[in-house]
Design a protein around this ligand. Structure first.
Ligand code: THU
Length: 133
């Protein structure tokens, strides 16, 4: 599956966003090295802090099925906002541990696109090598 098709999968996932509070819809799709797709959408909660972002939903789904950073090929994240869906700070921390620094991350809002990775999104990150000494 190519980049365009993975972005399409993320837009499909966005249809399942549960965002009654922000009305900001986000979708994510992970492609694994063996060709599986995992979808994620943002799922909000009246207790706002309990909200789960789309990219965390997707990466947790992949990890829950036994996939790990070395078996994940790429991540696409899309939104219906005015700008490209750049992952929030909490997601950057999570993704910095659960993806490799060079795993391609494709961002789009249907108008603008950006291809990036965790190396660019969270340099000098705090990680397992700091804790597991
Ligand atoms: N959101 C995501 O799903 N991913 C991001 O990286 C940015 C924010 C969601 C959380 C919340 O449901 C809505 O977008 C507005 O913050």
């Amino acid at each position: 599956m190519n980049r365009e098709d993975l972005l399409k999968e993320a837009f499909k996932a966005m249809e399942n966003a549960y965002a009654p509070y922000s009305n900001y819809h986000v979708g994510a799709a992970i492609l694994t090295k063996d060709g599986k797709i995992f979808h994620g959408a943002n799922i909000e909660n009246a207790s706002f802090g309990a909200t789960n972002c789309a990219e965390r939903s997707a990466v947790f789904a992949a990890y829950s099925e036994g996939y790990r950073k070395d078996t994940i090929d790429a991540l696409a994240i899309v939104s219906d906002g005015p700008r490209i869906a750049a992952p929030c700070g909490i997601c950057r921390q999570v993704l910095s541990e659960l993806l490799t620094v060079e795993t391609p991350i494709y961002l789009s809002n249907g108008k603008e696109e950006l291809d990036t990775n965790m190396n660019e999104l969270l340099p000098y990150s705090f990680g397992e090598e700091d804790v597991l000494r």
